[in-house]
Design a protein around this ligand. Structure first.
Ligand code: ZN
Ligand code: ZN
Length: 384
């Protein structure tokens, strides 16, 4: 009898095959401890690598501010916790893969010197990754959004390992690790162009305002710019090739918002920053805006159903942006703003049917390839 060729497994399916066993995952089954053990073990390992190669793996802007003794302590505690959690998982769960993986990762971190690694001094590299930024990003974002999604879930049975989770994790990783590329490609041109286009009288007027007012104005100006660029990404077929990567998410949670093509990020972020630089906003106001947008861009994708209905008209909340991703016809080209839904009201693209959420998400009629790299080249492929 002919042997059937093995079906091609995606990385996500392969991981599911290795780690999942179809058994319950609630507290006390060793699933949560196993997953946490892997996450902490991996973060500890990455942090140890940062201590070994700070000039290549960490951001110079950040590493000069680290309280090193606390970082070392955190690494040691993290890897001990990873080992303990992995052990708990191995006791509780029949399939040992989760526990073994956590132990291997934490063991590797320990073998490489854990928190006690001597830091090489005096070396500088012109090119570097932001692995430290990624570790901090995972810790802070997960600390905020995991409890939020667990406490008030929109779809409670969804789970963290929904379809596309690995692709979106790769985006989260890339957008943090490639921080230098992002700042060179986004900030530098926006600042250079903004200074060339500066309108001195407008700058004087803006700078005479209190910083808090400048911040509020910056959010409005940035969201107006973002609205226009976002609409262009939907309306112009060449730009849609890039933006549809973002719309290819079929399950919404805090991680889903990370899925943005590099061209989409660079063009949008750059053009949103441009008017802020042209109008001469105070740096504090610009940084406050950047902090807000990095929170809100994650928040509006979350699997989170806030009860504050009255607020939905004033502040972009998950239901507002979930409609932007809705698969149904009524959700086409609506809700482009990121901060202020009123901008969509002004331009006639506001869509918030009373109390309803979209039934599904994604682009109709086609399927994006899985993974960050295949999606990076997807827009350039003929017929995409
Ligand atoms: Zn869009
Ligand atoms: Zn989105």
């Amino acid at each position: 009898m002919m042997k059937q060729p093995a079906p091609h497994l995606t990385a996500e399916q392969w991981l599911a095959r290795v780690f999942a066993d179809g058994r319950p995952r609630h507290v006390g089954t060793g699933w949560l401890s196993g997953v946490l053990g892997i996450v902490l073990g991996l973060l500890a390992l990455l942090a140890v690598l940062c201590l070994h190669f700070p000039e290549y793996l960490t951001l110079p802007e950040l590493r000069s501010h680290y309280p090193l003794e606390w970082v070392r302590l955190a690494i040691d505690i993290g890897l001990l916790a990873a080992m303990a959690l992995a052990a708990v998982s191995m006791v509780l769960r029949r399939k040992k893969a989760l526990g073994v993986a956590g132990l291997v990762l934490a063991g590797a971190a320990l073998g490489l010197g854990a928190g006690g690694v001597e830091i090489p001094r005096g070396q500088v590299s012109a090119v570097y990754l932001g692995l430290d930024w990624f570790v901090l990003g995972v810790l802070t974002t997960a600390a905020v959004f995991v409890p939020l999604e667990r406490a008030f879930p929109l779809r409670s049975g969804q789970g963290a390992f929904r379809r596309g989770w690995l692709t979106d994790t790769q985006y989260f990783f890339a957008s943090h690790v490639l921080a230098q590329v992002m700042s060179v490609a986004v900030l530098a041109p926006a600042v250079a162009m903004g200074e060339a286009l500066a309108v001195p009288s407008a700058q004087t007027a803006v700078q005479s305002l209190p910083v808090a007012v400048q911040f509020a104005l910056a959010v409005l100006v940035a969201d107006l710019a973002q609205y226009g660029i976002h609409r262009a990404f939907h309306a112009i077929p060449f730009l849609w090739r890039f933006h549809k990567v973002h719309h290819s998410v079929e399950v919404m949670d805090w991680l889903a918002g990370s899925r943005l093509h590099l061209v989409d990020v660079i063009v949008t972020r750059g053009l949103v920053l441009l008017p802020l630089v042209v109008l001469g906003f105070d740096q504090v106001a610009i940084y406050a805006y950047l902090a807000l947008v990095s929170f809100q861009a994650v928040f509006i994708h979350a699997n989170f159903a806030p009860r504050a209905r009255w607020l939905e008209r004033w502040v972009a909340m998950p239901r507002f942006h979930h409609w932007h991703h809705g698969a149904e016809a009524e959700a086409r080209d609506v809700n482009f703003a990121v901060h202020l839904p009123m901008i969509d009201l002004w331009f006639g693209t506001y869509h918030m049917p009373e109390g309803r959420w979209p039934a599904g998400y994604g682009i109709t009629g086609e399927r994006a390839p899985e993974g960050w790299a295949p999606q990076l080249v997807w827009p350039f492929r003929r017929g995409a």
